[in-house]
Design a protein around this ligand. Structure first.
Ligand code: FES
Length: 104
């Protein structure tokens, strides 16, 4: 069932910062790109590395294992060795809460 889950509060995550989350067993990486929040599955589509451990530049996350890059807004794989996109999740802000829509 899809539901909105609070994952953080506004102010916890400055622009350019990221956060690794485990929501009931779903690994999520949350990003702040210039004040907008984006969430992706925290599993590289190449070989399963946790993307939130990688370097975050602009709106790209660089996989810490083999260097694939993903756009955190769209999930698109931007370079090899990854070719498949990562899943993205809708994010909204309500008051001071950041919520992500997940299928739990
Ligand atoms: S596990 Fe991410 S690029 Fe290989």
């Amino acid at each position: 069932m899809r539901q909105w889950v609070k994952v953080a509060e506004v102010g916890e995550l400055a622009p350019g910062e990221k956060k690794q989350l485990d929501i009931e067993g779903v690994a999520i990486a949350l990003f702040n790109v210039g004040g907008q929040y984006y969430a992706i599955e925290d599993v590289c589509t190449h070989d399963g590395a946790p993307l939130a451990h990688g370097k975050f530049v602009g709106e790209e996350i660089i996989c810490p294992r083999h260097g694939a890059r993903f756009n955190v807004r769209t999930g698109e794989a931007l370079c090899l060795p990854a070719v498949e996109p990562v899943e993205t999740y809708p994010v909204k802000v309500e008051g001071k809460d950041i919520l992500v829509e997940l299928d739990l």
